[in-house]
Design a binder for this molecule. Sequence first.
Ligand code: HEM
Length: 183
Amino acid sequence: MKSPSIALPSELIRLSPGRISNRTIILVALGIYALVSWMILNGADNPPIRFRFDATRLVEASLVLKLHVGGALAAFGIGTALMMGVKGRRLHKRLGYTWVVAMAVTAISSFFLTGLNGNQFSWIHGLSAWALIGLPMGIAAARRKDIARHRKHMTGMFTGGMLVAGLFTFLPGRMMWSIFFAA
Ligand code: HEM
């Protein structure tokens, strides 16, 4: 029997004609990221920026934030491997469930994090809510053997949720940015 193949990123992008492609979402997010970063730095009179590595803020952060970053980094690594098309159905399943747990930890922990919008939830919490709805839908589709829908849910969450939310954690002034840059 022919084992089910796993699509390459380029095939995933072609899967849903008429829909906004993952590539478009990433390009738009990069554009918004560049614009907002420019506005933040411009508002601070364009201070000189130097590269450094100082994880003090993360080391001293709360447990929930460490859990969030740990889950996010695991979800990023495993998600990248899955998107590249790991070989073998069993490995795909194991990595897939681990990715789901890592994403759920990232999304649930984020509801205990605020700051961007004072003490209120910000638009990024919308991505967390979307992930918590999309994860069981993606699993249900896989169990029904509806592979096209499964791919759509999971790749959408990886690009639209994981990559976009991760990118915006690197806005000037936010914690991830301050680990790598000083102004
Ligand atoms: C590589 C990926 C990610 C990293 C490194 C990361 C890191 C962080 C950090 C350090 C914070 C708190 C400090 C700050 O706001 O600067 C934070 C907040 C947050 N993260 Fe993440 N995160 C990632 C992915 C995600 C994902 C995938 C989601 C949702 C699906 C998410 C949702 C949130 C939310 C909602 C907040 C609170 C934002 C606010 O202050 O309103 N993050 N993240």
